[in-house]
Design a protein around this ligand. Structure first.
Ligand SMILES: C[S@@+](CC[C@H](N)C(=O)[O-])C[C@H]1O[C@@H](n2cnc3c(N)ncnc32)[C@H](O)[C@@H]1O
Length: 271
């Protein structure tokens, strides 16, 4: 597919899905490849034919939506954010729950892709903070709309480049290394529960002390869907709980009952 045709197609179709073109600019070629495969399976020869097909087959929009799920991730993505979680956010949340007489620190990783983000949090807690907060148990719910991503996350086996940002010693402590890749050890899997869930349609029932929502709604969703999603997230937080967004992302304008914890690291707390 020619780039100009692809751009035109995405600029036409993304808004109809509640998604925005700027989020896809850098990853558009990945989406083109998937659309190309879809054209072949429908025996269509050009993207203009696919546009006509979408206009007459409403159910195809669900397929196109799934072609727009971008599952790029890696362990310890934005290292400084994980350092800030280790030094400030998690100790503060652990002290907060102890002061409230609780012992479970509940986290939610939204758009968890292949599990890199929730497992990074699990490694961080067990290797750096568990000894200091022995009576606190960290549990992580990791959700993603993409069944295949969740299946990869449950397998928990990664190529070397996924692990390259992790501290060297963690690669040794956290993984079994085989010819097939690096497999996360059982003790770091234990705190994580995976669930296929579309953030546009459902949220878990419980509240969370820490929500990681990086490189999903605030990159790909349009303003109205961002607003709706953020209100859902804040509804899952109690006073003092933390929300982390991607380093280059911004929250939508409006009053959401959040106060900034660190602008540089994209961390907010519920007021
Ligand atoms: C770019 S990855 C971000 C992964 C991870 N949060 C990180 O920062 O490295 C975005 C993930 O969001 C998932 N996703 C896309 N739309 C979603 C939706 N509506 N609900 C839940 N997950 C979604 C994709 O399948 C993908 O795995």
């Amino acid at each position: 597919m020619k780039d100009a045709e692809g751009v035109e197609f995405l600029q036409w179709s993304l808004p109809k899905l509640g998604l925005v073109w700027p989020g896809y600019r850098k990853v558009r070629r990945q989406v083109y490849k998937r659309i190309q495969r879809r054209l072949e399976s429908l025996s269509l020869s050009a993207v203009a034919d696919y546009q006509r097909y979408l206009e007459t087959h409403r159910e195809e929009w669900t397929v196109l939506d799934s072609l727009c799920w971008i599952s790029i991730s890696r362990f310890y993505r934005d290292k400084a954010v994980f350092e800030f979680l280790e030094q400030e956010v998690l100790p503060s949340l652990a002290r907060q729950i102890l002061a409230q007489g609780e012992s479970v620190l509940r986290c939610w990783s939204i758009g968890c892709a292949g599990g890199e983000e929730p497992y990074s949090l699990s490694l961080l807690w067990k290797l750096k903070l568990q000894a200091q907060f022995q009576t606190v148990r960290l549990v992580i719910l990791a959700t993603d709309v993409d069944e295949q991503a969740v299946a990869r996350a449950q397998r928990g086996c990664y190529p070397p480049n996924s692990l390259s940002d992790l501290p060297e010693s963690w690669r040794g402590q956290g993984f079994e290394h085989t010819d097939q890749g690096s497999s996360i050890k059982t003790e770091f899997r234990e705190p994580v529960t995976f669930l296929v869930q579309d953030i546009r349609e459902a949220v878990p029932t419980e509240t969370f002390h820490l929500i990681l929502c990086r490189y999903l709604p605030f990159t790909y969703f349009d303003a109205s869907l961002q607003d709706k999603t953020l209100r859902c997230l804040v509804g899952k937080m109690r006073r003092g709980d933390a929300l982390v967004i991607g380093k280059n992302e911004r929250l939508p304008d409006g009053e959401f009952g959040l106060i900034l914890w660190s602008e540089k690291e994209g961390v907010y707390r519920r007021a």
